[in-house]
Ligand binder design. Structure first.
Ligand SMILES: NC(=O)c1ccc[n+]([C@@H]2O[C@H](COP(=O)([O-])OP(=O)(O)OC[C@H]3O[C@@H](n4cnc5c(N)ncnc54)[C@H](O)[C@@H]3O)[C@@H](O)[C@H]2O)c1
Length: 337
C-alpha cells in the first residue's frame, strides 16, 4: 500500500518504520525542508536516536506527496494538526484512509484531532484514531507493543489494523473513536500530575491513588461526550495512563517532575524543549468539564497549579479532604446482590 506519514517527530518516524517493515511504500513528510534533507542524509532522526531508518523510506517536505496515498498518517504535534490538515486537504484522495495518531484537544475549539481532519477535509470519510501505550523509542527498537485502531467505520479500523499489525505491534480494533481519542489527550494531564507528585517526593501509594481516581474522572467526561465506559479500562485508557505516568520517556511526566521540584510550568516546558501537550489539554479539559457539568477534581487542581500558580501542597490537602463518598458512584448499591 502507498502510505504517507505527516510529521517527522519521534512517533511519525517510528510508525514509518513499522509501515516499511510491513512492506508498504512509505514517505515521511516533514514540515521543515531542512529536516527532510537531514533525515535523507543521515537516515536517523535525532528524536529517535540510534534507530537506523530503512533504505526504502522516502523523505520529503512537499505535501503534494499525499496525492496518490491510500493511507495517510497524521502524526503532527496536536497544536499543528489543523495547519497540517489545511495544507494536505487539496491533495487528499477521497478514498484514502486517514489515521490520526496525535494526542490532544484543540485549544479554543476543544475538538478532537480526528474532528479537525473531518472539519477540514470534507471528502475524507475513512478516519481512524490509533492510540495506546506506545513510546516511539520502544516501537523504534521493535519492543512488543499494543495499540487500538478506533473508527465507527469497521472497514477503516480493519484497514489500519492490517497496515500496522506485525510480530512486535499488536493492533486491536474499536468502534469507539471518541473514547479512544479522549483517553489519549487526557492522560497527558495525569502524567504531568504524577510527575509533579514524583518531583514533590510523594510515593507509590499517592501515584496509584492519583492515576486510578483520575481515570474515573476521565471516564466520566468521556462517557458524557459519547465514549464507551469499557474503553477507559482498555489499552488506550488504563494502558496508556500506566505507561505515561510511570515512564521517563514521557515528556509530560518529566515536565511535571521539574514543576514538583519548584520550577514554573514555563521554565519546565522550556527545559523539556518540546511540546508538553498535557499543559494545553489541562486548559481544554477545564473548559469542557465546566461546559458539560462534569466533576473533575484532579484535572481541575492540575489546571489551578499550571495556570494560576496554586500551591501543590494546598491542592493535595484539598483533594484529600473532599466529602466522603462511595468508590463507584453509579450502578453500585448496598446491599450487594
Ligand atoms: N512520541 C511518542 O512516543 C508518541 C506516541 C504516541 C502518540 N504520540 C503523539 O504523536 C504526536 C507527535 O508526537 P511526536 O513525539 O512525534 O512529536 P515530537 O515532539 O517528537 O516532534 C514534533 C515534530 O513536529 C514537527 N513540527 C513542529 N511544528 C510543526 C508544524 N507547524 N507542522 C507540522 N509539524 C511540525 C517538528 O518538526 C518535530 O519534529 C503528538 O500528538 C503525540 O502526543 C507520540
Amino acid at each position: 500500500m502507498k502510505a504517507v506519514v505527516l510529521g517527522s517527530g519521534g512517533w511519525g518516524t517510528a510508525l514509518s518504520l513499522v509501515l516499511c517493515d510491513n512492506g508498504h511504500e512509505v514517505t515521511l513528510w516533514s514540515h521543515s525542508p531542512e529536516k527532510a534533507v537531514l533525515l535523507a542524509q543521515t537516515r536517523e532522526n535525532p528524536q529517535l536516536k540510534g534507530v537506523q531508518l530503512p533504505e526504502q523510506l522516502r523523505f520529503t517536505s512537499d505535501i503534494s506527496c499525499i496525492r496518490d496515498a491510500e493511507l495517510v498518517v497524521s502524526a503532527a504535534p496536536s497544536f499543528a494538526v489543523r495547519a497540517t490538515a489545511e495544507k494536505a486537504a487539496p491533495y487528499l484522495g477521497a478514498g484514502a484512509a486517514l489515521v490520526s495518531v496525535s494526542k490532544g484537544i484543540e485549544r479554543d475549539t476543544n475538538l478532537r484531532m480526528s474532528e479537525i481532519w473531518q472539519n477540514t477535509v470534507s471528502s475524507c470519510c475513512k478516519v481512524v484514531a490509533l492510540s495506546g501505550p506506545s513510546h516511539a523509542e520502544e516501537v523504534g527498537i521493535r519492543m512488543p507493543t499494543g495499540c487500538v485502531a478506533a473508527s465507527p467505520d469497521e472497514a477503516a479500523a480493519r484497514l489500519a489494523q492490517d497496515a500496522f499489525m506485525n510480530d512486535y505491534l499488536r493492533i486491536y480494533t474499536s468502534p469507539d473513536i471518541v473514547g479512544v481519542e479522549l483517553c489519549g489527550a487526557l492522560k497527558n494531564i495525569v502524567a504531568l500530575s504524577c510527575g509533579i507528585c514524583d518531583g514533590m517526593g510523594y510515593q507509590d501509594n499517592t501515584k496509584a491513588l492519583l492515576m486510578t481516581r483520575a481515570m474515573a474522572e476521565i471516564a466520566r467526561l468521556g462517557e458524557r461526550l459519547g465514549g464507551d465506559r469499557l474503553t477507559f479500562g482498555g489499552l488506550a485508557g488504563m494502558g496508556d495512563l500506566i505507561v505515561t505516568c510511570t515512564s521517563m520517556h514521557s515528556r509530560n511526566r518529566r515536565a511535571g517532575i521539574l514543576i514538583g521540584q519548584g520550577k514554573t510550568p514555563r521554565e519546565a516546558m522550556a527545559e523539556i524543549g518540546a511540546v508538553v501537550e498535557g499543559y494545553y489539554a489541562a486548559e481544554s479539559v477545564e473548559q469542557l468539564s465546566r461546559k458539560e457539568g462534569v466533576e473533575m477534581p484532579i484535572c481541575h487542581c492540575a489546571y489551578e497549579v499550571l495556570y494560576h500558580g496554586k500551591q501543590i501542597r494546598d491542592v493535595v490537602a484539598e483533594l484529600m479532604s473532599r466529602a466522603k463518598k462511595g468508590e463507584i458512584t453509579s450502578g453500585w448499591r448496598y446491599p450487594m446482590r
